[in-house]
Write a new protein. Structure first.
Length: 125
């Protein structure tokens, strides 16, 4: 998925875990010529307990008509990558985020992270 200022996001996996979670993982790459510091929108309506993160991501099950948000722990911190405040020119950073798993009959979902286009991803497991 393409974002602003030469930033691209690649989802490498969307896998069901035994505990009833769906973990989405991949890489965010800065293909631009300058450092990218526009990561604030990625954290969504996040509490300060997670700081810079990718907690603003959502999954949409169009068939089941349900939206899923990144899970939080008991202290309000996201179950996702944090500390992504700056991505240097040409640099890639890995990310992950955990969601409640959609029903087993759901085989694909639409993935969205603010500032990126929506993409359909297949679920494994």
């Amino acid at each position: 998925m393409n974002g602003e200022s030469g930033i691209t996001l690649t989802v490498n996996a969307a896998a069901r875990d035994a505990g009833g979670f769906l973990t989405v993982s991949g890489q965010i790459k800065n293909g631009g010529t300058a450092a990218f510091v526009g990561t604030t929108p990625w954290r969504g309506n996040e509490l300060t307990s997670s700081g810079t993160s990718v907690a603003g991501a959502t999954l949409v099950d169009k068939v089941g008509k349900k939206r899923y948000y990144v899970l939080r722990d008991t202290e309000g911190r996201c179950l996702c990558s944090t500390g992504i405040a700056r991505i240097g020119a040409g640099e890639s950073v890995p990310f992950f985020m955990q969601f409640p798993a959609p029903p087993a009959t759901t085989t694909e979902v639409d993935f969205n992270l603010p500032t990126f286009a929506t993409a359909t991803v297949k679920i494994s497991g």
